[in-house]
Design a protein around this ligand. Sequence first.
Ligand SMILES: C[S@@+](CC[C@H](N)C(=O)[O-])C[C@H]1O[C@@H](n2cnc3c(N)ncnc32)[C@H](O)[C@@H]1O
Length: 201
Amino acid sequence: MLGMFEDDIFKQFKYENINFKGKKCLDIGTRNGLNCLNLINLGAKEVIGIDIDDRRFNELYDYINNNNISNEIREKIILKKINLLEMDENDKFDAITCFLWNMNYSEYNEIVLKIKLLLNEYGVIYIGLCDECYIYDENGVSVPKLFYNHFNEMRFICYNNIIRCQWILELKFKIDYKEKDYSKNYLNLPLLKKKIKINYI
Ligand SMILES: C[S@@+](CC[C@H](N)C(=O)[O-])C[C@H]1O[C@@H](n2cnc3c(N)ncnc32)[C@H](O)[C@@H]1O
């Protein structure tokens, strides 16, 4: 057991047979880094966990030390104190995760564009949201809608009758993906929960 939130993530990926075999992963806003261990346990070959605040990185190191985690696993995880927006775009990832999404609202567009730049062509993104729409302010911003403007394949990883800590949104580019005009500010779009095609499993 890692922790309630981390165990919930692991359970949802396992249930849906989603694995990260051989993938180089980036975990944004990793906080205590424990989800990096989840990604390794799901097959990732390497995980870089980043956060602007490194005060809880010790929790991963303590967990590793207290649970006899092998050096082989330990060496696959790197925690870095860095702002996502400052990441080197030449370093690409096969999978990018951000659980319990709580990114700075004023930087939403920049953040999504940065995530795209860091993702390999056939990469996949998993965003953990504490509710299905993630509207948390008076502007009614919907995170799924924000991402849907940038990725053309989106679904929620969810199944019935589960008490979950967060909803996991999966995003990919389809093969025929064409770049859109991002000069518009998508943040002011109204919440379009009903209009977004959400493919429940
Ligand atoms: C709600 S916490 C999520 C923690 C973790 N992902 C989890 O599932 O437990 C959000 C984290 O994102 C980090 N964060 C916010 N903006 C960031 C940025 N621009 N770059 C990197 N980390 C950021 C915060 O410091 C915080 O630790």
